[in-house]
Design a binder for this molecule. Structure first.
Ligand SMILES: Nc1nc2c(c(=O)[nH]1)N(C=O)[C@@H](CNc1ccc(C(=O)N[C@@H](CCC(=O)O)C(=O)O)cc1)CN2
Ligand SMILES: Nc1ncnc2c1ncn2[C@@H]1O[C@H](COP(=O)(O)OP(=O)(O)OP(=O)(O)O)[C@@H](O)[C@H]1O
Length: 258
């Protein structure tokens, strides 16, 4: 009977062209991921550092970053060869709250920002974005990525972005490969696709402006059109920031970033 159920199963899959294409795309994603991982490991450290600095400078000098009030960003992992976010995170965290003195701007005349970073909850692609106020709020997880704990140094619960009363302006996204059409290939956990989908629905319900989804990318991670396999749950990015500049993709990116 196990043979019977197997053949029914595969017959159903084979008669479903969507299923077949999806399976093929998933396999192509795996192949592209390993190619890109290999290419990233072959970039000399000094070139990577140069690109890290160029990318972070583009973000830090931009009006769209300076004027943002709430951001979700990843905590970069050098071992994974992710574009460095250290300077960006520090800048977000350095905007001092003048509290009762009521200054809206700090000494960098930059708007005070709330920063949310990812925390993996389980293997079912569930990730939360929790607010941190200092890098000391972060602890290395089993994958050696720094993540927020559930409570901060004072024992207070870190705010979950899904429970925040105001919208996120910008998501700074990691990934393995991107193209100028806005496709993004992640590490395969589905964490960002699931999270971005949920946040998109939340923003829609609340009638908030959708956050700009901005991917940070080394030059070697930008693919020609039609190289990145696309599946149904993939969500596009609005823009890329590469060492050679900001690449706006969506109408929202042209409006808000140019
Ligand atoms: N900095 C950072 N934080 C993040 C993510 C990320 O991509 N970057 N995530 C985004 O999802 C979530 C964590 N997901 C992750 C998924 C895979 C791997 C990883 O180490 N992958 C290895 C290969 C593992 C394997 O399959 O053998 C790799 O890509 O080399 C890390 C994080 C949430 N936090
Ligand atoms: N919105 C979603 N709802 C349910 N499952 C999803 C969703 N998005 C992705 N998945 C599942 O997650 C797994 C990984 O998807 P995919 O290969 O597209 O990940 P990725 O884009 O590389 O990862 P990430 O989104 O974390 O960057 C797949 O099994 C996919 O079906």
């Amino acid at each position: 009977s196990s043979t019977v159920s197997f053949s029914i199963c595969s017959a159903a899959a084979m008669s479903n062209s969507v299923g077949v294409l999806h399976a093929a795309a998933a396999e192509q994603k795996r192949a592209l991921r390993s190619r890109i991982r290999r290419e990233l490991r072959s970039i000399p450290a000094d070139q990577r550092t140069h690109e890290d600095n160029e990318i972070q400078k583009l973000v830090l000098d931009s009006l769209w970053f300076k004027s943002s009030k709430r951001l979700c960003a990843y905590v970069s992992c050098e071992a994974l060869r992710e574009v460095d976010t250290t300077k960006i995170l520090s800048e977000c965290l350095s905007s001092i709250d003048h509290g009762a003195f009521g200054h809206h701007f700090d000494h960098h005349s930059q708007v005070k920002k709330k920063l949310y970073v990812p925390r993996v909850e389980d293997k079912n692609s569930n990730m939360r974005m929790l607010e941190i106020s200092t890098m000391a709020d972060l602890v290395a997880n089993s994958m050696k990525i720094l993540e927020p704990s559930l409570t901060d140094a004072n024992g207070n619960d870190c705010e979950d972005v899904m429970l925040a009363s105001e919208p996120v302006d910008i998501f700074l996204l990691p990934g393995l490969a991107f193209d100028r059409q806005g496709h993004r290939l992640g590490r395969g956990g589905g964490y960002y696709d699931v999270f971005l989908q949920k946040y998109q629905e939340l923003a829609k319900e609340r009638e908030w402006k959708q956050p700009l989804r901005v991917a940070l990318t080394y030059s070697a991670q930008i693919m020609e059109e039609n190289v990145i396999p696309v599946t149904l749950t993939d969500l596009p990015v609005d823009a890329l920031v590469s060492p050679s500049g900001v690449i706006p993709i969506s109408p929202a990116a042209f409006e808000r970033m140019m």
